[in-house]
Design a protein around this ligand. Structure first.
Ligand code: XIL
Length: 509
């Protein structure tokens, strides 16, 4: 009966099936659940230099938007007191027309600051500049930008995290009070806007000395001092091997919930090492989808998460290739074809009924289009249960090396960590864990600047900085490699032997 009515409808208006059945989208499913799923508008969009499919997909699939570069300091106040709002206005108009939430990114950041600001050495003068910038920019978009990244990337990458000094005119000239002041001024300029602290590498766990732990400490202090912070953004530019990061984000969300602060995923991409671009196959994209899905699972299950933002739409336009030594990290390929990651996100949303998903701002999300059907044909080619756990450990006695995201205690006698093999459809998480435990022979040990590898003849050693950029690569042909060429700091070391690999976070001093 239902079917014949639909057929009749189709015949009457001469429409195709696809216009009768409003397709389920990331957007429609997120809206039903009182959540936002978004993506940047790339700079190419602002310059009218992007394929028409981009906007079509963007407004169909997403209900939140952020500018890749166009609301940053150098874009909005390139010269002292001369504000440039045209591009940001273009985004706000687009967002209004398509009923999307706008994130404002970013007010106080050490990067993409114009030269005239970077040269200021007088504290009072720079405080005035920051206040004036915030008053004007937040004031201009008052009521239109729902949420600001008030401060971006203000924490350094040293082992004992503190505020970033190197390269930050804000910290060098003003000191740490620039952060507190920025929040207070942003709140004064738009009391209804949500105000975030945003950073990278806070998806690496809350272990001792972690960046995420430092963020939580600051949030606590801000709340105690009535600094009007309402949210934290985890950028989450990760790569395919960072399998513990979704659960680390969950732990961070829970820690922030204790302070009544929302956690948003603000810049997600899941890149592959650039060199692998030519050899990626179905299982690689399935694994990527699995990671995307795990982030969406965590996002939907944690009640104090609100936005799930991806740093791009299509692999044809992504900062990963040009600036990060990574590639193919988004959910649409270069031809705008949805990748397995897209199906995974849809599957995760559908696996979390709206009645069970809590929202920090349920009332604010645009109600879904009532014509949307509950088509359940989308399958998730990458879905497995999410029982893959952090198989990493900390070397006993080595307090400086913390495995990515390890929040757990030291496993005595266990000095290695084995990364589970790529997840393929049908794998069960339990099987993966058993396999991981069964093959724990690959080991690494760092003494000074010499990294020894045991359990492999010619293991490949790669070192990445805290943004996941490759900084060193060699083969441990005699069982060790010399890392003395690297400067002091925190790194992730990956040792790979065929299908086996292990990763550890190390501090070089
Ligand atoms: C990136 C943009 O994608 C690039 O186009 C630009 O050249 C550099 O910045 N963290 C952030 C974002 O907070 O603003 C950065 O965006 C990516 C890392």
């Amino acid at each position: 009966m239902k079917y014949s009515k639909i057929m009749l409808g189709a015949a009457l208006i001469g429409a195709t099936a696809s216009t009768i059945f409003a397709q389920e989208t990331l957007r429609s499913l997120a809206e039903e659940r009182g959540r936002y799923v978004g993506a940047i508008l790339n700079s190419e969009w602002f310059n009218n230099a992007i394929e028409s499919q981009f906007e079509e997909i963007h407004k169909t699939q997403f209900n939140a938007v952020v500018a890749e570069n166009e609301m940053k300091f150098d874009a909005t106040e390139p010269n002292k007191g001369q504000f440039s709002y045209a591009k940001g206005d273009k985004m706000v108009t687009y967002a209004k027309a398509n009923k999307m939430r706008v994130r404002g990114h970013a007010l106080a950041w050490h990067s993409q600051v114009p030269g005239w600001v970077n040269n200021i050495r007088d504290k009072k003068q720079l405080l005035d500049v920051l206040k004036n910038h915030i008053d004007n920019v937040v004031g201009h978009w008052k009521g239109e930008v729902a949420e600001w990244d008030v401060v971006n990337e203000a924490i350094n990458d040293d082992n004992n995290h503190g505020w970033r000094s190197n390269g930050s005119v804000w910290f060098q000239t003003i000191g740490a009070e620039f952060l507190d002041s920025a929040f207070v001024w942003a709140h004064a300029a738009d009391p209804d806007a949500e105000l975030c602290y945003n950073d990278y590498a806070i998806e690496w766990g809350l272990g001792q000395g972690s960046k995420a732990g430092f963020v939580v400490d600051q949030v606590k202090r801000w709340k105690q001092n009535n600094i009007p912070i309402t949210c934290v953004g985890t950028q989450t530019h990760i790569e395919i091997s960072h399998e513990t990061t979704p659960q680390n984000v969950r732990a961070l969300a829970k820690a922030l919930a204790e302070h009544d602060v929302v956690l948003n995923i603000t810049e997600l991409d899941v890149g592959f090492p650039q060199g692998s671009a030519g050899s990626l196959g179905a299982s690689d994209y399935a694994k990527q989808g699995h990671l995307y899905r795990q982030f969406m699972d965590v996002f939907l299950e944690e009640p104090n998460m609100g936005e799930f933002m991806i740093w791009g739409v299509t692999d044809a336009h992504s900062w990963l290739d040009g600036q990060q030594g990574k590639t193919q990290g988004l959910i649409y390929d270069k031809q705008y074809k949805a990748k397995p990651a897209y199906d995974s996100l849809i599957a995760s949303l559908k696996a979390h009924p709206a009645s069970e998903v809590k929202s920090p701002y349920k009332s604010a999300v645009t109600p879904p289009d009532s014509s949307a059907t509950t088509d359940s044909t989308t399958t998730d080619s990458t879905a497995t249960d999410s029982t893959v756990t952090d198989s990493s450990t900390v070397t006993p006695g080595d307090t400086s090396s913390v495995a990515p995201g390890d929040t757990s205690s030291v496993a005595p006698g266990d000095t290695s960590s084995v990364t589970p093999p790529p997840v393929t459809p049908g794998d069960s998480g339990v099987g993966i864990r058993h396999e991981a435990i069964a093959s724990m022979e690959l080991r690494m040990n760092l003494v000074g600047r010499t990294l020894s590898v045991a359990g492999a003849a010619d293991a490949k050693v790669q070192v990445f900085d805290m943004r996941g950029r490759p900084v060193f690569s060699s083969v441990a042909s005699k069982g060790s490699v010399d890392l003395s060429g690297l400067s002091n700091g925190l790194y992730v070391v990956r040792v790979r032997d065929g299908a086996r690999s292990l990763e550890r976070r190390v501090a070089l001093r």
